[in-house]
Design a protein around this ligand. Structure first.
Ligand code: ACO
Length: 329
C-alpha cells in the first residue's frame, strides 16, 4: 500500500516510558557465552530496560500516553481512537488499548491493538492518518509498547542480547498546522514468516525464534527501498527530510541505510545503545528523546521507517507539529 495526501494533520504531543531496571551487556555476559565487546560491535547495544515482575505492557503504555496527552494539551475525552501497537500485550484480550483508554478516562474513544511486530508503530501511524483523513477521528493516540523480555529465551545468545522493554506514544491531530504532505508506504511478506516468529498457541514456551542473518539482509534492503518509495510518492527527496527515525534493531542496519540513502548521519535518530530493540516502541522512544532535548522542532519533516516480524515493513513521512519542549510540561 502506498500513497500521499495533503493535510493539516500532524503529531502534536509525544511521550515515553521505560522500566527503571537497567540490564547491562556485562550482566548478560555473566550468565551466557557472550561479551560486552561482541554485543556493542555487532549491534550497537550497551544496555536495555527490563520490566519488573508486576509490570505489564499496559502500565508502560499508560505512562507514555499520559505524557503525550499532557504535552499535546488534549483532554482524554477528546481522543477518538486509541491504537496500541504491541506483540507483547498483557493478555490476548482485552486489548491493551481498551485498558489504557479506560485508565486515561478516554471514554469516547474506540480502542484496539494492532500486530505488525517491530513495524507496529508505523502501521499505527498509518491507521491514525487514514482515520483522521476520512473525518472519522479528530485526535488519535498511537502507542507502541512492549515487554520483549517476557518472550525471550534467555539462553539463546542470538536473540536475548537484542531486545528491551519500553513504550512511546504520539497524539495525531487533524488541525495541527498549515497543509503539508503526509505519505505512507506499507508492505508485508508472509512467505518469510518463519524468519522471525513467536509461535504462541503453536509452541511452548513462547519465545522469539529468529534467523538473524536473513532478517539482517531483509532489513538492510527493505529500509532503503521503503524510504525511497515513500519519498517518490511524496514528490520529495532525502534532502527534504529533517529527521530519519528508523526502527532500532541493529546499528549496522541503520548505518548501512544511512550511507545508501545519502542522508547526513546527524539527521538519523538512534538510542539503541541505551534501550536495545524495543520493537514497536523504538520509533516513538527516539521521537520523545529528540523532542525533549530540543533537536526535533515544530515544522520539521520526519520520516519514520520500520521493519520486522511478518515479515512487515513501512514508512511514514509527516511534519512535526508539537510545540517545543520548553513551552510545555
Ligand atoms: N555473543 C557472541 N557470539 C555470538 C552471539 C553473541 N551474543 N550471537 C551469535 N554469536 C556467534 C554466532 O554463533 C556465530 O558464530 P560461528 O561463526 O562460530 O557460527 C558468530 O557469532 C557470527 O554470527 P552471525 O549470526 O553471523 O552474527 P551477526 O553478525 O549476523 O549478528 C545478529 C547477529 C546481531 C542477530 C544480526 O544478525 C542481526 O542484528 N540481525 C537482525 C536482527 C533484527 O533486526 N531482529 C529484529 C527485527 S524486529 C522484530 O520484529 C522483533
Amino acid at each position: 500500500m502506498i500513497g500521499a495526501l495533503r493535510s493539516s494533520m500532524g503529531v502534536i504531543g509525544v511521550g515515553a516510558a521505560v522500566p527503571e531496571r537497567v540490564m547491562t551487556n556485562a550482566e548478560i555476559a555473566a550468565r551466557i557465552d557472550t561479551s560486552d565487546a561482541w554485543i556493542r560491535e555487532r549491534t550497537g547495544i550497551g544496555e536495555r530496560r527490563i520490566v519488573a515482575e508486576d509490570e505489564f505492557c499496559s502500565d508502560l503504555a499508560l505512562a507514555a500516553a499520559e505524557r503525550a496527552l499532557e504535552r499535546s494539551g488534549i483532554a482524554p475525552a477528546e481522543i477518538d481512537l486509541v491504537l496500541v501497537a504491541t506483540c507483547t500485550p498483557d493478555a490476548y484480550f482485552p486489548s491493551v488499548a481498551a485498558l489504557v483508554a479506560d485508565r486515561l478516562g478516554a471514554h469516547a474513544a474506540a480502542a484496539n491493538d494492532l500486530s505488525a511486530a517491530c513495524t507496529g508503530f508505523v502501521y499505527g501511524m498509518a491507521s491514525a492518518v487514514t482515520h483522521v483523513q476520512s473525518g472519522m477521528a479528530e485526535n488519535v493516540l498511537v502507542i507502541g509498547a512492549e515487554t520483549m523480555s517476557r518472550i525471550l529465551d534467555w539462553d539463546d545468545r542470538g536473540t536475548c542480547i537484542l531486545f528491551g522493554d519500553g513504550a512511546g506514544a504520539c497524539v495525531v491531530s487533524a488541525n495541527a498546522q498549515s497543509e503539508r504532505v503526509v505519505a505512507l508506504e506499507l508492505g508485508s511478506d508472509g512467505s518469510r514468516a518463519d524468519d522471525l516468529v513467536v509461535r504462541a498457541l503453536r509452541a511452548n514456551p513462547n519465545v522469539i525464534e529468529m534467523n538473524g542473518r536473513e532478517v539482517f539482509k531483509f532489513a538492510t534492503r527493505v529500509m532503503v527501498d521503503s524510504v525511497t518509495r515513500v519519498l517518490d510518492v511524496a514528490g520529495a527527496t532525502i534532502d527534504d527530510v529533517d529527521w530519519l527515525v528508523p526502527h532500532q534493531a541493529n546499528i549496522r542496519i541503520i548505518d548501512h541505510a544511512t550511507k545508501k540513502l545519502g542522508i547526513d548521519p546527524s539527521k538519523v535518530l538512534s538510542n539503541l545503545d541505551r534501550y536495545g530493540n524495543t520493537s514497536s516502541a523504538s520509533i516513538p522512544l527516539c521521537l520523545d528523546e529528540a523532542w525533549a532535548d530540543g533537536r526535533l522542532q515544530k515544522g520539521d519533516r520526519v520520516l519514520m521507517v520500520g521493519f520486522g516480524g511478518g515479515l512487515t515493513w513501512g514508512s511514514c513521512l509527516m511534519d512535526w507539529a508539537a510545540e517545543p519542549a520548553g513551552k510545555v510540561q
